[in-house]
Design a protein around this ligand. Structure first.
Ligand code: SF4
Length: 219
């Protein structure tokens, strides 16, 4: 929970700065620091995320988009972050790219959307749909890591470059890495294009279809 601890420490320093401190000589966290472990069930974890203000994305969000789906899913999809529709509804992938993702799940993988679990790297919408900043992604990541730990999927499909980068710490471009299989932390990770990229670049759908066929063969 180093990221969470650092985020809390940074928040406390910003508060001190706002009330007039120019420097501090004391260490804000000492022996009686709060318990920073995250809840060990999805409902409690969601409650905690719903009231999270650990990064600046909390200021502009309408809803926290925790994630949804089968809590015992074998297959999990991870995107970058909520867009406008997701932010207003509090659900992941419910806008135009969500419609495409649902079609991919139902028409190619022959699964129901409720059979899988869908989440994002950050749970609050970045303003103007910008890519999450590094500190935002790393601050939010413990929630996703806990979701993965609790759901225990066999396969995680990372959608787009950002999801792949923060799940693996690898910055290889998505066009190069898509459709490959990476075994880590007890699951197989398969990167593919983000549905919003496919909407902008329909010619890439052929490659995404190949990736989905690979995923289907592994299920
Ligand atoms: S994006 Fe994540 S870390 Fe930032 S406020 Fe939202 S839930 Fe908290």
């Amino acid at each position: 929970m180093k990221n969470l601890k650092n985020a809390l420490l940074l928040k406390q320093l910003y508060i001190q700065k706002e009330i007039g401190f120019c420097y501090t000589s004391s260490i804000p966290y000492c022996d009686d620091e709060p318990n920073l472990s995250l809840p060990h069930n999805l409902e409690e974890l969601q409650k905690q995320a719903n009231s999270c203000h650990l990064c600046q994305l909390s200021k502009s969000r309408t809803n926290v988009v925790f994630g949804e789906g089968n809590p015992k899913a074998r297959l999990m999809f991870v995107g970058e972050g909520p867009g406008a529709t997701e932010d207003s509804m509090g659900r992941p992938f419910v806008g135009k790219s969500g419609e495409l993702l649902t079609k991919m799940i139902e028409n190619v993988l022959l699964l129901k959307r409720e059979d899988v679990y869908i989440a994002n790297i950050v749970k609050c919408r970045p303003p103007n749909n910008r890519t999450p900043h590094e500190e935002e992604a790393y601050t939010c990541l413990p929630y996703l890591q806990k979701q993965i730990e609790l759901i225990k999927p066999q396969i995680i499909v990372s959608l787009g470059a950002t999801a792949y980068r923060y799940l693996t710490n690898d910055t290889t471009g998505i066009t190069k890495i898509r459709g490959t299989i990476h075994t880590q932390n007890g699951y197989k990770l398969i990167p593919t294009y983000h549905p919003s990229y496919l909407l902008r670049n329909p010619s890439a759908k052929k490659e995404a279809f190949e990736d989905l066929k690979l995923i289907k063969s592994l299920l």
